[in-house]
Write a protein that binds this ligand. Sequence first.
Ligand SMILES: [Mn+2]
Length: 331
Amino acid sequence: MTGCIGKEKIDAFRKLLGNARKVALAAHVHPDGDALGCVTALALYLKRELGKEVVCLFPDPLPESLEFAKNPSLRYLTGTTEEADLIILMDCNSFSRTDVLGDSLAASRAPKVLIDHHLNPAQDSFSLVFSTPDISSASEFTFWILKALGWDLKDRETGEALLTGMTTDTNNFANSVFPSTFTMASELIAAGVDRDALLQKIYFSYRENRVRLMGYMQNEALTILPEGAAYMILTKEIQRRFDLREGESEGLVNVPLSIREVRLSLLLKEYEDHFRVSLRSKKGTSAQQCALKFFNGGGHENAAGGRLYPAVDLGGKSLEEYVKHALLESL
Ligand SMILES: [Mn+2]
């Protein structure tokens, strides 16, 4: 893992940082805990340890359930960019993943750095690339980069942001965990980060409606294919009925995988003109290939996502026919 950091890259990063007065940090559309965690942590470090002016850019609003993880000493902007001397893109592999921010970030004349853990980084868009899929999360990657830069782990809020991002991206140490991931967690906890308090905020602070929605979806909206796949469709009507807010269906796609026979699970969430697609798989089955082939998406081997536009993608099939076909072809 640390092989993909290396002294040369750290020196190059240090130089880019040294030349910058103002740094813009950006992450992917539909920001999750990892996106928020790594951006917040690196921004805190740049501001507090290096005295930089920083701004955190997100294409769209953060889910309410992640509000706790914003740091009040930082500036977060939504759906808009600001001039900066250095741009750092985090937790996604190209500017296109930043949706409405993508064009103006990519067009900026400022040097650009990527810190990411997805496959196929858009190397050509960046002066410096930190990228490997062999790490739990962009937050863990940021932890190791900060350590290489000389961070002493003393700033508690930086540590909390990193542990939050890693914990949410691994679903609390369930997926994509490496030896380095435990080392990171150990070091942060030893440095005083209160993991119990974080878990309270991440997993034990939902609204009642989310729990009721989870029950409803598992009872009424779950289809299991005997070949080893499962899917759920979270329509706009159901979202309205349960007063669902952004982020509140997080984790639902994982539930069917707890069934022994199910190797591939899919959740469709309906928006105005498309469905957002979440896919999870067990080892040996590729959620990523399914997302690439059938849902205009991608991601990690066992956790992927994409979009489905019924008006153009279904090729004459009904929605459910298309989903079944895609799942069966991917087993
Ligand atoms: Mn991530």
